[in-house]
Design a protein around this ligand. Structure first.
Ligand code: CA
Length: 221
């Protein structure tokens, strides 16, 4: 066995869940409803990723956060349950249908007043936040939306977070496709280019980790 990485098996993943997962009931019900009713359920982050994100939010004492790509709301609910009562999430998505599930669970969990949902192309929302004086005021940004726009989201989110703020990009190993140079579809090419850019970008300090489908973490220097 390599000492550099551990390839997860179903058995090891089940062990992880059984020995580390603390998933509140409302999150479990949201996850199970999404898995049972939404054919795109794979777009939701895993419970292990959600808990890891909650730990990151606690580490940096995040209060004001940005979420690009809400889907049915698992990651935003993780965030809302973790940030303090006076914290706030600006959440971007384009789907009324999917975010209606998110809004239902935000209300049920009593955190709806912590979340501003913007239904519009995220770059428009981010440009509006920049124009309204929010630059350098966010503690955290989670980016998990259309892959070909990730670089645009990166540049805008980097302006919006404070020094020491954390950006988290999901799906950065993209089922392994980024590592296979023969795969040249637009999404894969965009993610491969962003990983390479983050690796060399002195504006951030980064770590690309193999949680879920790969998360690239970047702290603004
Ligand atoms: Ca994702």
């Amino acid at each position: 066995m390599s000492n550099e990485f551990l390839a997860l098996t179903e058995q090891i993943y089940a062990y992880m869940l059984n020995n580390s997962l603390r998933e509140p009931d409302v999150l479990r019900r949201l996850r199970e409803e999404t898995e049972a009713t939404n054919p795109h359920a794979i777009m939701a982050i895993s419970p292990v990723q959600g808990q890891f994100m909650m730990l990151l939010l606690k580490l940096i004492s995040a209060k004001k956060t940005l979420e690009i790509g809400v889907f049915t709301g698992y990651s935003s609910l993780c965030t809302a349950l973790t940030i303090p009562a006076d914290g706030h999430i600006y959440a971007c998505d384009v789907s009324e249908e999917w975010t209606s599930v998110a809004r239902r669970y935000w209300a049920e969990a009593g955190v709806a007043d912590k979340i501003t949902l913007k239904l519009a192309p995220a770059n428009e929302t981010l440009d509006a936040l920049l124009a309204d004086g929010h630059a350098g005021t966010f503690d955290f940004a989670f980016i998990d939306a259309d892959k070909s726009n990730y670089d645009g989201y990166y540049e805008r989110a980097l302006k919006l977070v404070r020094k020491g703020g954390l950006l988290v990009f999901d799906n950065m190993l993209w089922y392994g496709k980024v590592a296979d140079e023969t795969v040249v579809d637009a999404d894969t090419v965009a993610l491969r280019a962003l990983n390479a850019k983050l690796h060399q970008d002195d504006r951030v300090f980064t770590s690309l980790i193999g949680v879920g489908d790969g998360m690239h973490l970047a702290i603004k220097q």
